[in-house]
Design a binder for this molecule. Sequence first.
Ligand code: ATP
Ligand code: MG
Length: 588
Amino acid sequence: MALRMSTLFLRTLRENPADAEVPSHQLLVRAGYIRRASPGIYTWLPLGLRVMRNVETIVREEMDAIGAQELLFPALLPREPYEASGRWTDYGDNLFRLTDRKGADMLLGPTHEEMFTLTVKDLYSSYKDLPLAIYQIQTKYRDEARPRAGILRGREFIMKDSYSFDIDAAGLDRSYQLHREAYVKIFDRLGFDYVIVQAMSGAMGGSRSEEFLATATNGEDTYVRCGQCGYAANVEAVRVPAPAPAALDGLPAAHVEDTPDTPTIDTLVAHANAAVPRADGRAWTGADTLKNVVVTLVHPDGTREPLAIGLPGDREVDEKRLGAQVEPARVEAFEEKDFAAYPTLAKGYIGPGALGLEGTAAIRYLLDPRVVEGTAWITGANEPGRHVFDLVAGRDFVGDGVIEAAEVRDGDPCPTCGHGLESARGIEMGHIFQLGTKYAEALGLKVLDEHGKLQTVTMGSYGVGVSRAVACVAEGNHDEFGLVWPRAISPADVHVVVAAKDAATHAYADELTVALEAAGLEVLLDDRAQASPGVKFKDAELIGVPTIVVVGRGLAAGEIEIKDRRSGERRAVPVAEAVAEIVAEVAG
Ligand code: ATP
Ligand code: MG
């Protein structure tokens, strides 16, 4: 059945909504696809729902093609499984928690690892049942700290999540690869530019994890790419190549120097060059200094812990990289009152001597990978106006571990080939991830292997942001006049505009619509009696169906007009050939 604009539940807006900053958000609201219900929560209007269903169809087809089976879990879930996996606490404020009438704790599912794991445990008991891949397309809930850009980052959103279950690592690799190939097909079909980047694999480490990022200059994710070898990684996952440790023998002894009024790296470097020149004649730079940054970690259970990070003074701590390393803890500033609680820390002059679990302040001290054994640094001497020179890592101080928290800069060496990296921004559209045995272990998912022994099942987890994809495609496909949908997910194949008021033109447009539908096309018909042709043309451009057909004045001369929404090209076509021409146009 054609969508008739005369009755379609739709009102387009000429003005951008006040709360919308990015084009996809502005246009999806203005063109009547979505409507805000509350912050980060949106209603899908008929046109929007059609686009989302088209995305779902693509995702479903590719999931089914790799043999994954669809099911549907509830969104409203009991606390216990999430307690067993640790996520009731670890999810922190992002989890929507609620209580039923009997006082039992419940939650709205942010993802469903626990439920999938438990259901497989319920039903399967032998290696012969594996491999298994199951998925759902379902509403997820996350009380995001910063809902953004309409449906791009919502508090309620639609996700396809699938999980694979295998008896061993080789099986997991195969399941992962199948999903990876399916994702390539999904994102190719959806019609946006994307990159596949290495992602954080979380606390477990080692296992594969990749993200599919839509390239977008206003994206929230930063990734780096190497033009030489093709390495690409989310900036969170970049591992800085560490220099080889150097011998300690023969290095000069550390010495403390007066460095008055040098609380910043720039003032320190200037002072060092003037007052303590290097023996080798080279000038000191910020990279010769070791900056010790103290932050507060807030753990999911609310406990606060100071953490010190030692990194080259010419680099800043990257909030996202640090955040990804310390998850599920949150990072907060180390404030004046915190300094007061740790009087051994001299603000602006903090040195390794006051840090480390073996140090006096008992503050966990993690070092940048560049701070390897045998490197010598200028760093704080733990008293105002004094720094220590030639303080050697591995000889004069050690850290409690290594942390990847320093900013990655354009031109930094690629971890694979050493060539300079370049950074760009993107939006996370999908994530594939080898979970391993984390959930199977926590929830006791074991099956009998071929020798009759119980084996913990190994799992993969694979997500696609279905509702986010709608925003993302809109973000990548619009112009100053409105949306320009790729054919694969457009709410209709053709938008027929009736650009005259007389009954004959309307009657012809109806006929044409019936014929187009008989030819298998979905038609949006602007048959509104009151709207002027100008208003209809504007709405057609705003709504963004890729092919617009104008039935108007030309009809008297036996012609209609076909317009390509993207290029703006128009051509007149004789009525007798209208259906064939439109079908050919839509077929591309
Ligand atoms: P992000 O880093 O963007 O918060 P995430 O890594 O937490 O995402 P996953 O748990 O990997 O997300 O979820 C799988 C997919 O679901 C993501 O790749 C993304 O496309 C989508 N998604 C996640 N959070 C949201 C949200 N708040 N609104 C819309 N889509 C989302
Ligand atoms: Mg992710």
